[in-house]
Design a protein around this ligand. Structure first.
Ligand code: AMP
Length: 189
């Protein structure tokens, strides 16, 4: 059983590469962003709360995210592997993930850090917004999300280095080259 954290700034390709991992390895995929967007679509209370944060480019409070994550994880039952995409995004979330997995006698196998330079992230997200219609893929919100990434999420790089799980992945270039690097890291984990 492998637990893979796919990490990176907004627009670094976490969702795209997660789909390829699912296809090759048959792992389950938790995208906390997708979970929240479904809640919004279904008009739930959680969706209403989440929408305000998402539209502002802010993170949803940790306590809420951690509960959601544990319930999705437990709904999978016995599986070969799980990909965590968009979680953790803060140090308290990383600590919560570690204890949640420890309670279930498992642990993060590897953290894959998809590194993409800031100008390219901006370009990719603006282009994605034109296709996806995602409300948070507009220039103003993208800038806020990148600031949130730098302030709240990027400290996880050192956190996972200290935890011995960090792997750098060059996130630019051909999709298949990036995926091949990811597969190497997963196979070694
Ligand atoms: P994503 O699809 O991963 O880019 O997430 C879209 C938005 O959902 C983020 O900008 C946050 O507002 C919210 N979100 C997703 N995952 C998390 C998380 N782990 N913690 C807090 N907020 C999150």
């Amino acid at each position: 059983m492998k637990n893979i954290v796919i990490f990176g700034a907004p627009g670094s390709g976490k969702g795209t590469q997660s789909d390829k991992i699912v296809e090759k390895y048959g792992f389950k995929h938790i995208s906390t962003g997708d979970v929240l967007r479904d809640e919004i679509k279904n008009g739930t209370e959680l969706g209403k709360t989440a929408k305000e944060y998402i539209d502002n480019g802010q993170l949803i409070p940790d306590s809420l995210m951690i509960d959601i994550l544990a319930s999705v994880y437990d709904s999978f039952g016995k599986v070969e592997g799980v990909i965590f995409d968009g979680f953790p995004r803060t140090i308290p979330q990383a600590e919560a993930l570690k204890s949640m997995l420890a309670e279930r006698n498992t642990e993060v196998s590897v953290m894959l850090d998809l590194e993409v330079p800031e100008e390219e992230l901006m370009d990719r997200l603006i282009k994605r917004g034109q296709i996806s219609g995602r409300a948070d893929d507009n220039e103003e919100t993208i800038k806020k999300r990148l600031t949130v990434y730098h302030n709240q999420t990027s400290p996880l790089i050192d956190w996972y280095k200290a935890d011995g799980k960090y792997t750098y992945i060059k996130g630019t270039g051909a999709l298949d080259t990036i995926f091949a690097d990811i597969c190497d890291a997963i196979d070694k984990a």
